[in-house]
Ligand binder design. Structure first.
Ligand code: 4NP
Length: 150
């Protein structure tokens, strides 16, 4: 199962989601079943590491890892089974990239939760802890969705 998380810059929300989801599937003993990555819709942060306040929030919750920001391409959409975006703007940007195609595998991460919502961008809100818990809720709900399907 190829799963990729997508946000705007690929230095805050989507690398947080990548590392949180990797940790979750590892705890479930399912790591060998997944290839988990992340991308940004923009090239603004290309080559940059995880934004330090995002990495600090992850570390406070015992989640460690690195990522280098990169921009999503059409090939990445084609090669993944699930493209999980953080907000409505990301969804529109990915659908613009695909010319409206592949909509059946592009979802807002929190659409799998009991409270579908956007994950606010902590780059602007500065609420990294809030983003962390929204992402945990989304990842847990997405994994439960997958487990119900197999
Ligand atoms: P992200 O946050 O999409 O969660 O990675 C952002 C990071 C950087 C910028 C915007 C959003 N930026 O404008 O550089």
């Amino acid at each position: 199962m190829e799963v990729t998380f997508v946000c705007l810059g690929n230095i805050c929300r989507s690398p947080m989601a990548e590392l949180i989801f990797k940790d979750m599937v590892e705890r479930e003993g399912l790591s060998s079943r997944f290839n988990i990555t992340s991308y940004g819709t923009s090239d603004w942060e290309e080559g940059n590491p995880i934004y330090p306040p995002a990495a600090k929030t992850l570390a406070e919750h015992g989640i460690h890892g690195t990522h280098i920001a990169r921009q999503l391409s059409l090939r990445d959409v084609i090669n993944n089974d699930y493209i999980l975006v953080m907000d409505s703007q990301n969804l529109m940007d990915v659908l613009r990239l695909t010319g409206g195609k592949f909509g059946q595998k592009i979802f807002k991460l929190c659409s799998f939760t009991s409270n579908p919502r956007d994950i606010a961008d902590p780059w602007y809100t500065r609420d990294f802890e809030g983003a962390y818990w929204d992402i945990v809720d989304g990842c847990r709900s997405f994994l439960n969705y997958l487990l119900r399907r197999v």
